[in-house]
Write a protein that binds this ligand. Structure first.
Ligand SMILES: Nc1ncnc2c1ncn2[C@@H]1O[C@H](COP(=O)(O)OP(=O)(O)OP(=O)(O)O)[C@@H](O)[C@H]1O
Ligand SMILES: [Mg+2]
Length: 423
């Protein structure tokens, strides 16, 4: 079996329960491929290394002491996962991201009464051979194997196995029946994601980030907050998925960690893109972008729109603090069915996240409190006439008026959205 080289300190030698295998075991199970151990220059320079170095530091102690002991990860054979997904049949295909394809599967579980039942899962198969994919696979296990919060997707287990076609690296998650927020928010046509569901999704994900930033022994920076990584359960409850880019936060009085710049175009904080300095406030920026997406129903970056509307932050800025015109940025598919005051409050929370100075951005726990207040404002009865001016036709007319757009945009010309490529 090929091995993913994985450095660690020797701090924790507690025996692993027999039923599971930990990444600790993976790392020490022999073989070492120097290519797998190599990191990009800036990653290697980072002060805190998510891939396991930093011997004896609180960070490594945290990962090593808690990894795998709190959450029992199951080790699947490749044959099991093939059977679970009917040989990765296209009818089981759920989607595809940078990591690889995701399939729906069914695995057998033993009930406490001794009977067997089948449980739905999502199986993610790494399709690339590159180092980045291996690193993301390991990060998923390291972080999702440790964290435990209702707003984070559960990792059930993994598979690492040699196969005639190469090493197979897969991850098995709890199945999220409603798919990703991206699929619901940007879908053309009904059913529309109602206002209340949007606020609940914002609140749930804010809680998830607050847990990672503020409630653990050592902070975790998620680094890839975006609508496609927010998965929804049967009642549209959100859970964060994809910890492949997650990093441990700064420690020992450091203000930031220095890393290679990775992430997704349109969501990453400008200071991170420009300097590689990563803090939890980078996640807060991305959270602000998603709040705006929830309000407007527009993507952070949409190349299919007219040039001056492609970058959401630039498009929205002139109207966000103008109460008279604020409703014009709201998602027209809501057809006015939202409380204007609540939407404005949510927009002001978004604006506070999108402050250029990271320190001035709120903590996630403060955003949780703010969003609770937003949720408490009831949706008006009736047909939503008070906000109904925002029909698609009116919006089109308003935004195609060059006088309005140019004049307003000039006010914000200091504001530029960073360019970033997902690696
Ligand atoms: N646990 C899950 N339950 C149900 N569907 C899932 C699950 N995980 C992923 N999916 C589906 O698979 C799709 C692809 O997910 P994936 O995380 O691989 O890519 P992505 O988020 O679209 O892009 P990126 O690689 O940039 O994260 C998701 O949009 C979602 O529809
Ligand atoms: Mg994803």
């Amino acid at each position: 079996m090929k091995c993913i080289r994985f450095s660690h300190s020797g701090g924790d030698k507690r025996p692993e329960p027999r039923s599971r295998k930990s990444i600790w075991n993976l790392s020490s199970s022999g073989g070492s491929n120097p290519d797998n151990a190599r990191r990009s220059g800036s990653e290697a320079n980072s002060q805190t290394d998510a891939s396991g170095s930093g011997q004896g530091s609180p960070a490594s102690n945290f990962l090593l002491s808690s990894s795998m002991r709190q959450n029992e990860l199951k080790v699947f054979s490749f044959a099991e996962l093939k059977a679970a997904t009917r040989n990765f049949h296209r009818t089981h295909w759920l989607g595809e991201g940078g990591f690889g394809c995701v399939y729906k599967g069914f695995i057998k579980v033993n009930r406490t009464d001794g009977t067997e039942s089948k449980v739905e899962v999502a199986v993610k198969q790494l399709n690339g051979k590159g180092l980045q994919g291996h690193k993301e696979w390991l990060s998923e296990i390291r972080y999702l194997g440790v964290v435990d919060d209702p707003n984070l997707v559960k990792l059930i287990g993994y598979c690492l196995e040699d196969d005639p076609r190469g090493v197979q690296m897969l991850l098995v998650y709890e199945f999220m029946p409603k798919g990703s927020l991206e699929g619901h928010l940007f879908r053309r046509g009904p059913p529309v994601l109602p206002w209340e569901a949007r606020v609940k999704i914002a609140l749930g994900t804010a809680r998830g980030l607050a847990y990672l930033h503020e409630e653990l022994q050592i902070q975790i920076i998620y680094r890839d907050f975006k609508t496609s990584n927010i998965l929804l359960d049967d009642s549209f409850g959100p859970k964060l998925s994809d910890f492949g880019l997650a990093r441990l936060g700064p420690e020992g009085g450091d203000s930031h960690v220095t890393t290679a710049v990775v992430g997704t175009v349109g969501y990453a904080a400008p200071e991170y893109v420009h300097t590689g300095h990563l803090t939890a406030k980078s996640d807060v920026w991305s959270f602000g972008v998603v709040l705006l997406e929830l309000l407007t129903g527009r993507k952070a970056l949409d190349k299919n729109r007219p040039k001056n509307e492609q970058r959401l932050l630039e498009w929205v800025k002139p109207y966000i603090s103008t109460s008279r015109k604020f409703h014009l940025i709201m998602d027209p598919s809501l057809e006015g069915h939202y409380p204007l005051q609540a939407a404005q409050k949510m927009a002001s929370l978004a604006a506070s996240c999108l402050t250029r100075q990271p320190k001035a951005r709120p903590k996630m726990s403060a955003l949780v409190e703010g969003l609770k207040q937003v949720l408490a404002i009831p949706v008006p009865d009736g047909d939503g006439t008070e906000c109904k001016e925002n029909t698609p036709q009116k919006l089109e007319k308003f935004h195609s008026d060059p006088g309005v757009t140019r004049e307003k945009l000039s006010v914000w010309k200091m504001f530029t959205v960073p360019k970033l490529v997902k690696t």
